[in-house]
Every structure is written in structure tokens, then in C-alpha cells.
Design a protein around this ligand. Structure first.
Ligand code: EPS
Length: 391
């Protein structure tokens, strides 16, 4: 059954986080270096708080893998928490003054309690460790199919990089990103971003920013225009908006489309027989304002996803709030947190995008084993190159 899905479980200070991934074909090499490498990257970035000095995230495979390869059964990944103290009332005391911008208030009312901890433990971005583990597993499949995902930080607060990421330069950009304290492939923007984070720390506040994920090597025709919920861009937007603290998602030119004329927006189509053997089948585009999808289907151009992360809601300086028990004004509670987690968010967004792309590829090409999926993909590309049939 070619339907890829995952769920996560776990609280920030529970025993651990779990990702349960179903629907991977058999025969995919599970590279623990990729999974643990992504988990480590999620923990990093300038501006992270004390929790990351406690944890050294690494995944344990509980099922679905034999001798380093998937066997088609569900894969359960466990990321244990070192700071596990959920049942220790003295070390996880109730929280009565909700943080504006956090899940605290809405969650407490929803569950008919005045203790925000009941909600915040699950709402915490610690859960994203499980999503990164699942995304890394999806990435293991994508690599086998010649599809790569690259994520980075575009901006922190007002410190924005104008760097252009393309299919030709992304590996170079990856090296620059990995040398950057904020995961931005631009040294001068990185310095300004570090400055913005430092200033926020001094001011006892927080900063957000923009992250991007680019997907290369996706063949045309992945995703479906036949039902709104099968559209690749819609699926990606859902997954990205579902990441903690994300308040905006756009593809390609995104919101910028609204202020341009049609001829300035749409990507002119050309054909270059020299590229016929590649994934684009020889079709070329003058630009990629569409961000790699048209009608909810991949069009052969790189998928370009951008997301806006709000500043983290936990402020050292506090925000005006109300004690849920007394209804009296009180500053919002402070829990150990980060000044900036935009770098971490870039890893999470990259991971959830990788998963959605892998899911859509599974739906298009089916198959129970990697061999079968690859065969189907190559068959499809061959048929598409031969169009019109008989021609
Ligand atoms: C996070 C772990 C959390 C927070 C942060 C992200 O750990 P703790 O609450 O023990 O410090 O540092 O979570 C939040 C920003 C939040 O609002 O919950 C992580 O591993 O990413």
C-alpha cells in the first residue's frame, strides 16, 4: 500500500519523543548518520537556550529496519529525553499565567483547567525532534530517488540575505549554511542576524524570521489537481503551517504575485533538447515564480517554500497577562526557552517538506520495494520523454 504517513508522540519533559512512520517501501537504506545529523542540526543555531546543552538528540530504531534497510513495516523512531521529569510535581510545577502567543491560554480553557502545563508540554517545540527524525527517514527515500531537499535561514528579524539559491549552486550554499551560526548561506547577513539575536537577548525579548526549503530533482506531475486536498502545494502548506510558531507560508513568489502583472509573474516555457534526458524532460522555464508547482502538481522546476516564524512567546521580560485562578493581572510565566529558534525551524521546515514530497512520490509511483518504485519512476519519465506516442 503506497501511502506514506507519520505520527508523533511525546511531551517536552516526558521520557522521550516517538515518530511512527508507515508506508516506506522495503529496501531503503536507513542512514543513521543522516537522521542523527539532522537531529543535531535542529538543536543548534545561535540563540538557543539551556535545554540544548542538556540534550544530545539521537534516534533509536525500534522497528521496520533489518540490517540497515527498511523491510516495509512501520518504522518507530525513539528520541529519548534526558530532561525527563513530567511526573515530578516539584520540578514541573503548574503554570497559571499564560504566555501571550503560546498555546497556554487557549489550551487551558479547552481542557477545562487553569494549569497551562497540561497543554504546554505537548505544544513545546521539543516535539519537532520527532518530526525531524521522520523527515530524515523520508529524506533517505528521496535520495534513493534522486531528490534532494535544502533548507536555510533567509532572515532573522530585519537581517535578510538576498542570496539566490539555484539547482546549480545549492551544494555550495549548503557548505556556506553549515559554516553559518544562524544557518544562513551568507556570511555578512549571518553577522547581522547574530547581532539582532544578541540585541533581543539584551532586551530580554525574542526574534523570529524567514526560513526556506528548496527541493531539487522532483519530476513533473507529482501531486494532483483532481482534488484540492491532493494538491502538492496545499499539502506542503499544511505541513509547514503545522510547525510550532509558523504564521505564514508561501511558494515561489508567494504574496509578491499580488502586486505584479500576469506577464511579470508567470514563468515562460521553453524547450532545450540538450536536457531531454533529465528530470525536466527538456522543458525550461524563464523564471520560477510559481515555486515549482502549477495546478497543485510539480512542474519540474525546484519546489521553493518560504515560511515566517514569529518570535518565541516565552519572554524573559514577560508580557502582560492574567492569573487564570485569580483573574488578576500578572506578568506571563517564564519557562527556560530560546531567544531565537529560526535556525532550528529551518531544519524542521526542511524535514516536513521532505516528508510531504516523499508522500506525494509514493502516491504517484506506488510499489512495495524500492526497486519497484524506481522502476515505475523511470518508466514514467521514459513515457513522458516519448510523447507524443508514436511521434
Ligand atoms: C525545545 C525545547 C524546550 C524549549 C523550546 C524548544 O525545552 P525546555 O522547555 O525544557 O527549555 O527550549 O520550546 C519552546 C520554545 C516552547 O515554547 O516550548 C526544543 O528542543 O526545540
Amino acid at each position: 500500500m503506497a501511502s506514506l504517513s507519520y505520527q508523533t508522540a511525546g511531551e517536552s519533559h516526558g521520557p522521550g519523543l516517538l515518530a511512527l512512520v508507515s508506508g516506506l517501501p522495503a529496501g531503503v537504506t536507513v542512514d543513521m548518520g543522516v537522521i542523527d545529523g539532522e537531529l543535531r542540526r535542529r538543536q543548534g543555531g545561535y540563540g538557543r537556550g539551556g535545554r540544548q546543552r542538556i540534550e544530545t538528540d539521537a534516534a533509536q530504531v525500534l522497528s521496520g529496519v533489518r540490517q540497515g534497510k527498511t523491510i516495509g513495516s512501520p518504522v518507530a523512531l525513539l528520541v529519548p529525553n534526558k530532561d525527563s521529569r513530567l511526573d515530578d510535581a516539584a520540578r514541573t510545577p503548574p503554570v497559571h499565567t499564560p504566555r501571550p502567543g503560546h498555546a497556554d491560554m487557549a489550551g487551558s480553557i479547552k481542557y477545562l483547567t487553569t494549569d497551562c502545563r497540561e497543554t504546554l508540554e505537548r505544544a513545546s517545540a521539543r516535539e519537532t525532534a520527532a518530526r525531524v527524525a521522520a523527515g530524515a527517514l523520508a529524506r533517505c527515500l528521496l535520495r534513493e530517488l534522486g531528490v534532494e531537499v535544502f533548507g536555510f535561514v533567509r532572515s532573522v528579524h530585519r537581517a535578510r540575505s538576498e542570496v539566490e539559491v539555484t539547482e546549480a549552486n545549492w551544494r555550495e550554499m549548503l557548505a556556506l549554511r553549515d559554516a553559518s551560526a544562524t544557518y544562513c548561506p551568507d556570511a555578512s547577513a549571518t553577522a547581522k542576524q547574530e547581532e539582532a539575536i544578541h540585541l533581543a537577548k539584551v532586551e530580554k525579548t525574542t526574534v523570529g524570521g524567514l526560513v526556506e526549503a528548496h527541493v531539487f530533482g522532483l519530476p513533473p506531475g507529482v501531486g494532483s489537481t483532481m482534488n484540492w486536498f491532493e494538491k502538492l502545494d496545499a499539502r506542503v502548506a499544511l505541513a509547514v503551517m503545522g510547525v510550532q510558531a509558523i504564521k505564514g507560508v508561501e511558494m515561489g513568489l508567494g504574496f509578491g504575485c499580488a502586486e505584479r502583472f500576469g506577464h511579470e509573474v508567470h514563468d515562460a516555457i521553453g524547450f532545450d533538447p540538450a536536457h531531454r534526458a533529465g528530470r525536466t524532460l527538456g522543458f525550461t522555464r524563464g523564471s520560477n515564480n510559481a515555486g515549482g508547482t502549477e495546478g497543485g502538481m510539480s512542474n519540474g522546476a525546484p519546489l521553493v517554500v518560504r515560511a515566517a516564524m514569529k518570535p518565541i512567546a516565552t519572554l524573559l521580560r514577560g508580557m502582560p497577562s492574567v492569573d487564570l485562578n485569580t483573574k488578576q493581572a500578572a506578568p506571563s510565566a517564564y519557562e527556560r526557552s530560546d531567544v531565537c529558534a529560526v535556525s532550528a525551524a529551518s531544519v524542521v521546515v526542511e524535514s516536513v517538506v521532505a516528508f510531504e514530497v516523499a508522500r506525494a512520490l509514493r502516491e504517484k509511483f506506488g510499489g512495495d520495494s524500492l526497486h519497484e518504485v524506481r522502476g515505475q519512476l523511470e518508466w514514467f519519465l521514459g513515457e513522458a520523454r516519448r510523447l507524443p506516442h508514436g511521434g
